[in-house]
Design a protein around this ligand. Sequence first.
Ligand SMILES: Cc1cc2nc3c(=O)[nH]c(=O)nc-3n(C[C@H](O)[C@H](O)[C@H](O)COP(=O)(O)OP(=O)(O)OC[C@H]3O[C@@H](n4cnc5c(N)ncnc54)[C@H](O)[C@@H]3O)c2cc1C
Length: 625
Amino acid sequence: MADADGAGWSDRALGLGRPIARRDFLGGVALAAGASALPGAAFAQSGADYPPAKTGLRGQYPGSFEMAHAARDGGFDGPISAEDSGEHHDLVIVGAGISGLSAAWLQAQALGMGRKVLILDNHDDFGGHAKRNEFQHQGRTILAYGGTMSIETPFPYSFTSKKLLADLGVDLTSYDRYETKAYAGLAPGTFFDREHFAGDRVVAGTGRKPWQQFFAEAPLSAAVRADLTRLHTEQVDYLPGLTPEARADALKRMSYQNFLLGPARMLPASLPFFVGQGYRNNKRVDTLPAWEAALSRRAPGFAGMALPGQIQADAQHFHWPDGNAAVARMLVSRLVPGVFAGPLDQESVVLAPARYAALDNPANAVRIRLNAMVVRVEHLGPVTRSTEKAVRVVYVKDGKRISVTAANVIMACFNNIIPYIVPSLPAPQKAALLYASKVPMLYTNVLIRNWQAWAKLGVRAIHAPNGYHTTVALDTPMAIGGYASAATPDEPVVLHMVRNPNKPGLPRKEQNRIGRAEMLATDFTTIEREIRGQLQRMLGPGGFDAARDILAITANRWPHGYSYTYDTLDDPDVPDEQRPHILGRQSFGRIAIANADAGAAAFTNTAIDMADRAVQEMLISRGLT
Ligand SMILES: Cc1cc2nc3c(=O)[nH]c(=O)nc-3n(C[C@H](O)[C@H](O)[C@H](O)COP(=O)(O)OP(=O)(O)OC[C@H]3O[C@@H](n4cnc5c(N)ncnc54)[C@H](O)[C@@H]3O)c2cc1C
């Protein structure tokens, strides 16, 4: 055995290779299935026919995206042959995320439920980023979210988004009924690591106890302690002599890092405290404009600075144990008969079993075809010609190219892929669609035997500024729809861990690109090793034993994660109508563009609003308004 704080532990001591619930997929083939080795595990539905129960590498898992990369690399250039299925649909939707499902729902609202709609998605599950993860332990179903977590946004929900949720039976004012007080007395904490500070230690009470006391308990040199305490407690105008507007302007043009090291005169040795923080839309200390740091109200340094007033958003909040996968499930329950027992509401959605075999039933008007990667969308004649069979769609499923026709197509996928699968788009539109670079994100769920170590350390969430995963949190405690998460420290619980691979110092888009490549090149074993080592180091002093206490791991990999949002450091300051997402999302004949990228904001309501716009454009293209 190695030292009790976890550093220097061997793979064996950390439990790497022990049978846990995980399944590594390479090229779509299960390599190792440890699920049955989980003590007491009895999967209600096995991962084979029920994707949410699959563990190991999920999200954009190996086997789901290679065809898209082949399309990007020119593998489908030129005329494309395919087996003609003879299928014709009123509408084909590319992408079964919240945007694609919302588009199907909104067109049904406009035209009635009888229209033939085919939704194609390259994954084995619907929902896109709204991903449900399930664990089974000792006869108990334990839920987690693998992507989109909550209904929330810094700007108000539109009428359409609010109405869609209301039509699904969601009451956004009712959330407080469902979150329990299981972690009362536990606070957020910070893990100071010995590579960057004066030792390894979790300090409880970040932002809760007086900063002087918090930093006094942290393993820091005297100089760094004084420096961090000063920044968090003093009220100084670090940009004196400017009007609030000029001050805001200056903050828009410098990164938060340059603000800290420049006007705020922080020591470079203090910077590691800020490095892993994703203050706003995942921008890091070096890519976050200082102005956005000020707006976040979580970043210190602005308390003494008069800044222009900001409009506060009308906040919406709702969370389910499986995150916004619940929204996807509620939509599917209304769109596709036979998958669920009937229409689901905000409570019944939580535990309702799903029959995936019913998703693509020829007897239904709306069908969802999974494991189907679209590689070509093209008009069957001049773009402006009005015919019923206006568009041909080719997808690859089980290695076979198959074509269907449609009167209209809505691209509810990613902006970056559209130019490669709709090659006839005008060149400037293609360039606009290729401008953005989505944020790579890893959402890891770890089922642990109990959370006694957390109770002992007094923490419910740990920020690890320099960790592989930069946050680790006990799952939101909830009791909803017959589901109850852990109520006492002796019960199993899911830890939710977040990583954003990047390359500090480079422009943000370049960091996203490098992070994406790193993510795709990292295998599950490497991720598991990092998880075990990190948890052991952080929680070991509370009695945690990675080899004993980790029961299952699901790592949801999102190389194409959050939609790209503009900022004042790296993007040209142009009027909205000249922004690439607006130029890129113009409809093209019978092909309209939905998805959150088209709104340049990584939010569920954006995905819904973009579906609404695309459906309007679809109706206009056929004179159906
Ligand atoms: C990790 C994570 C956490 C998030 N958390 C939140 C949150 O808490 N709250 C919030 O409001 N928003 C959150 N978001 C933002 C989220 O992206 C949006 O809320 C929304 O879910 C995006 O929906 P979408 O349908 O536009 O895209 P997606 O969910 O990405 O769906 C698009 C689907 O199209 C598929 N596709 C792509 N190309 C093809 C093709 N050629 N053929 C077939 N299928 C294809 C994709 O694989 C995917 O399944 C989060 C995003 C991520 C990644």
